[in-house]
Ligand binder design. Sequence first.
Ligand SMILES: Cc1cc2nc3c(=O)[nH]c(=O)nc-3n(C[C@H](O)[C@H](O)[C@H](O)COP(=O)(O)O)c2cc1C
Length: 159
Amino acid sequence: MPNKIIVYYSLEGSTRLMAETMARTLSADILELKPLKEINPNGFLKYFWGGRQVVFKEKPKLEIFTKNPLDYDIIIIGTPVWAFTFSPPLRSFFTRVKLRDKKIGLFCCHEGNPGKTLENLAKELAGNAIIGQMNFLNVKNNKEKNGEKAKDWALSLKI
Ligand SMILES: Cc1cc2nc3c(=O)[nH]c(=O)nc-3n(C[C@H](O)[C@H](O)[C@H](O)COP(=O)(O)O)c2cc1C
């Protein structure tokens, strides 16, 4: 069995829920990207600070990784959609870890407008094989349905 890891960032828990469901389904390891200085997930200001990070292409400093993604053949990468693209901690991740010749699945969580998130992630990952892409809408209001979708998608990946 090839070894697998789910790498994700989540501010409010939706991406975490999907990532943990996939990890259980595939018996995969998991690496959560945690900014050293996190945005407050409560209230409206998160849109301001988060949006600002996207606009300025910021790379927030991350906590030390508990796993080395380069040790894995199959990597599933998940992010919330922020301002129609992937969240800034993923930008930090791509700077720190240069993935090549991996099989990669991509997913995002959003509230109706995923923008170019998956396309932009795929661009950052040129040199790898993208084996699947999925988006999850309004996870926090549809946990069960999205959980089933996450399981089905994980099992459908050609790994
Ligand atoms: C800064 C910020 C920007 C967002 N931008 C978008 C967006 O462009 N499109 C969208 O559909 N949802 C947007 N959202 C909503 C999140 O993508 C959605 O709630 C997602 O499920 C959150 O995932 P998480 O719980 O793993 O953090 C935004 C949320 C934040 C905090």
